[in-house]
Ligand binder design. Structure first.
Ligand code: ATR
Length: 271
């Protein structure tokens, strides 16, 4: 029987993960299946227990269960600890490992697919929720000049930046404090795009040729990306590449093989 994997979330029907992992499995010749599981809002742990009992080898975890997956994991990778959330579970011989591949997915998309240099860059990270927290450590690992976390509610930015003060040059401020500051890479980790809005941002934050990254995907040119383009950004992307790259990191953790993400990303962009 093929090794079983799944993604669990609520809602889950929209998830592209089965398509992505099926493509990775074909490409690398791995004998595995990957399904969608709609997790009951009050039944995450029981649903994962049942999947494990049925021989499941690993799961991706999406909203709203990433914190519950963190609590579910008796063993966690350092990057899951730093993110405070788990998006990947691996089950072997009765043990459970929790990992978080979201931040590596962002960093890999920026550096490998989009040709953005993070080393020495001034990085502005907008937002201070789970999405922002999950990417700070992987960004710092690329040795940027600084990572500035800016949030509509400044106290939340201060709070998450302080968790990483021993990991590199990270600081925090409110959106209004950005006036006069310029950045090479601006990452939107807010959920503003859900409501069709952009963070209230002074266009001057984009340095000449800056790269703008919208972590959400499937929303076309968001208000944030339009703002970046009008402000003279040199390049921009949405989070579809991050989705494929975080999947590749999960696949590597499960199967020990790194798939080639290029053709899979091209397939999704084509669709
Ligand atoms: P997630 O886990 O996806 O990061 P979250 O924890 O709800 O979601 O965090 C959402 C983030 O988007 C927050 O930083 C929020 O700012 P506040 O902390 O001030 O609420 C930010 N956000 C949402 N809508 C926004 C908007 N229209 N403009 C600016 N920031 C916004």
């Amino acid at each position: 029987m093929s090794d079983r994997y799944a993604v669990i979330g609520n809602p889950i029907a929209h998830s592209k993960s089965p398509e992505i992992h099926a493509a990775f499995a074909r490409q690398t010749g791995q004998d595995m299946s990957y399904e969608r599981i709609l997790g009951p809002l009050d039944g995450f742990a029981a649903t994962v227990d049942a999947f494990r009992a049925g021989g499941g080898r690993g799961m991706n975890v999406t909203l709203p269960f990433k914190l519950q997956a963190f609590a579910y994991s008796p063993r966690r990778t350092p990057r899951a600890e730093a993110a405070g959330a788990v998006n990947t579970l691996r089950f072997d011989d009765g043990s459970i490992l929790g990992d978080n591949t979201d931040g590596a997915g962002l960093a890999n998309d920026l550096t490998r697919n989009l040709g953005v240099h993070l080393a020495g860059a001034r990085i502005l990270l907008l937002g201070a929720g789970g999405a922002a927290q999950g990417v700070i450590l992987p960004l710092l690992e690329h040795k940027p000049a600084c990572v500035v976390v800016a949030n509509r509610t400044p106290e939340k930015a201060v709070s998450i930046a302080s968790m990483f003060r021993n990991c590199g040059p990270v600081s925090a401020c409110g959106l209004a404090d950005l006036r006069g500051q310029r950045y090479d890479v601006v990452v939107n980790a807010t959920s503003a795009a859900i409501g069709g809005a952009a963070p209230d941002l002074c266009p001057d934050v984009f340095a000449d040729g800056a790269f703008a990254y919208e972590m959400m995907y499937g929303k076309g040119e968001t208000a944030f990306l339009s703002l970046a383009r009008d402000a003279g950004a040199g390049g921009w992307a949405d989070g579809l590449g991050m989705l494929v790259e975080q999947a590749a990191e999960s696949f590597l953790l499960w199967r020990g093989v790194r798939p080639d993400t290029g053709p899979v990303l091209a397939m999704l962009r084509g669709a």
